[in-house]
Design a protein around this ligand. Structure first.
Ligand SMILES: Nc1nc2c(c(=O)[nH]1)N[C@H]1C(S)=C(S)[C@@H](COP(=O)(O)O)O[C@H]1N2
Ligand SMILES: [Mo]
Length: 410
């Protein structure tokens, strides 16, 4: 053991270099997979591939523990060599800190079920924040520190090289170092490309509901008459939701108007039900306050939803005895999910029409979305427009693609 350690320690210069290369690849893979997982756009494109990408991200993320441990165990020498080089020591600490922070928050996100929403929320915040700070930092450093830029003959751009119109005795003068130039260029590039998303992320994390106001005012749905909020809904009984919905969809975001929207309850029922919008807004509604949790780690707390309890619609339709499952269809034509009859009978499962006293905007699943507060939000089908009672089991969109059929929060 001792021999092995000292063997590893001896060649540590070379090993640190390969460690750097390893870290580089790990960062590249985690960045690419991480961005694919983060971007709402990729959800529909990737489909099942998303589950694989998630696994690659988790496995490579855990593998990043190896270089960190390696450095901590064996590279004490490197640390000593950096004595007096404050900037370089700071760099080592920053990179190790970033990796440790990503790893820890990543493990908690992976185990979202065991740790619960509060820890998942905190972990997602840390994971995202470290990415917004750490990624530009690492990109900047790896570009400005490549060997290529350190080669002396590439380092500076000079004027006054002997040549036409220059006195042969004139000394060449450095105008700017190539490194300084590239640094500035890379810095500016990163600022321009990542800056706006970072600001949006900050805005969404720090504010409450501001981005939802934007979504409400940009609502592309054109349905009249507007549903009139109940007194418990406006001002919202829950005091206004806290947190930000990330807009998720697996299709282009649909929008609706009076002529292309309708709502159907059919299948194994005594009476098939069908409403157009004018009829649907006449149905009696209730108000409830509940939290909303996504498996990817974000939550929106204290939502005041106003809508029709699902069990009321099922009662009106009359569920036949052969029926076992409530199949839920989205008006996007692709997304579906289901509840067992017992689950659909819970009082707080709601076919929601208003959120915090306002019509649900089309980006957030309006005019009508399902809300299942006791389950993860992939059950909360957006643009809900059909409920079918069926005899068999049913596996929903994300459940086909790796999400657990058991969506209970705990
Ligand atoms: N039609 C449809 N409904 C959907 C989804 C979707 O992609 N399409 N995503 C589900 C998931 S995983 C979550 S977390 C929530 C997100 O709701 P939001 O986009 O309003 O934040 O909607 C759920 N319902
Ligand atoms: Mo989700």
């Amino acid at each position: 053991m001792q021999n092995w350690l000292s063997y590893l320690r001896k060649g540590h210069g070379k090993k640190l270099a390969s460690l750097h290369a390893w870290n580089g690849w790990i960062v590249v893979i985690l960045t690419l997979t991480g961005l694919l997982l983060f971007g709402g756009y990729w959800r529909g494109v990737l489909g099942e591939g998303r589950v694989w990408i998630r696994w690659i991200h988790i496995v490579v993320g855990i593998a990043s523990l190896l270089p960190v441990v390696y450095y901590l165990l064996l590279a004490g020498k490197h640390w000593k060599q950096l004595k007096g080089k404050t900037m370089q020591r700071a760099n080592v600490l920053i990179v190790l800190g970033l990796l440790a922070g990503w790893l820890l928050s990543g493990l908690l996100l992976w185990q979202f079920r065991a740790v619960g929403p509060a820890w998942s929320n905190a972990s997602l915040l840390v994971h995202d924040l470290l990415t917004w700070i750490g990624l530009p930092y690492i990109i900047y450093h790896s570009i400005t520190r490549t060997k290529w830029l350190k080669e002396p003959h590439r380092r500076t751009v000079k004027t006054g090289e002997p040549g036409e119109g220059v006195h042969p005795a004139a000394k060449p003068q450095a105008v700017y170092t190539r490194r300084a130039f590239i640094r500035t260029a890379v810095g500016a590039g990163l600022l321009i490309t990542l800056g706006p998303s970072f600001l949006r992320f900050l805005g969404n994390t720090l504010s409450t509901g501001a981005s939802e106001e934007e979504l409400v005012s940009a609502d592309a749905n054109r349905l009249t008459p507007a549903p009139k909020p109940l007194p418990a809904s406006l001002p919202p009984e829950g005091g206004g939701s806290r947190g930000t919905f990330r807009v998720y969809t697996v299709t282009p975001i649909p929008s609706f108007n009076n002529s292309n929207w309708s709502f159907t309850v059919d299948g194994l029922v005594d009476r098939k039900l069908y409403w157009n919008w004018e009829q649907f807004v006449q149905l009696g509604r209730k108000v409830q306050v509940s939290d909303f949790h996504c498996v990817t780690g974000w939550s929106v707390y204290s939502n005041t939803w106003e809508g029709i309890p699902l069990k009321e619609l099922l009662k009106q339709a009359g569920v036949k005895s052969q029926a076992k499952t409530v199949k839920l269809y989205s008006g996007d034509g692709v997304y579906t999910d289901s509840l067992t009859l017992a689950q659909a009978d819970m009082d707080d499962v709601m076919v929601a029409v208003l959120h915090d006293g306002k019509p649900i905007p089309n980006e957030l699943g309006g005019p009508v979305r399902l809300v299942v507060p006791k389950m993860y939000a992939y059950k909360s089908v957006k643009w809900l427009n059909r409920i079918e009672l069926i005899a068999g089991d049913y596996t929903g969109y994300w459940e086909e693609r790796g999400y657990s059929k058991d969506a209970w929060l705990t």
